[in-house]
Design a protein around this ligand. Structure first.
Ligand code: CMP
Length: 140
């Protein structure tokens, strides 16, 4: 299996409840390395662009409003099979369906306030990383 990089966001519901450290510990315990991270206040334009794929969904406005409601932590995670591994560590989008021991089972409040985002493919990981990190940020 190849070493991959994936993109992660620790969302406002988690930063607001001081869960950044707990989530980072769960990420590291799963064998993923945090190779870059930055705490930012996402702008309306950044959130709209990031979630453009969901622009026609009924929850799009609510999603953009939520993602800009408080700081988030954007991250690049590295490891064997990192894209699939992180999705496993996050658990299902809806915390009611998330498996025991996953981040969303332990931390998420609802399908919207679900604590973390992780890329769904290697191709999207590259695009998403590029939206928030420069080559210099993630070199080495
Ligand atoms: P994320 O992995 O960040 O990608 C899209 C997000 O949309 C998803 O996590 C959820 O937080 C959010 N989402 C998906 N379905 C709903 C829904 N029915 N209502 C509100 N938010 C949703």
């Amino acid at each position: 299996m190849a070493t991959e990089r994936t993109f992660s966001i620790i969302k406002p519901d988690a930063t607001e409840r001081n869960l950044t450290g707990k989530i980072n510990a769960m990420i590291e315990e799963a064998g993923l390395r945090i190779v870059a991270q930055r705490r930012i206040q996402m702008t309306d334009a950044q959130a709209k662009r990031f979630y453009d794929v969901h622009a026609e969904r009924p929850f799009y406005g609510e999603l953009v409003e939520f993602m800009t409601s408080a700081p988030v932590v954007v991250q690049v995670l590295e490891g064997e099979n990192a894209v699939a591994k992180y999705r496993e560590v996050m658990g299902a989008t809806n915390p009611a369906e998330a498996a025991e021991g996953t981040i969303r089972k332990e931390c998420a409040l609802s399908i919207g306030e679900n604590s973390v985002h992780g890329s769904d493919s290697l191709e999207n990981a590259k695009l998403e990383i590029g939206q928030f990190f420069s080559e210099a940020d993630i070199a080495g």
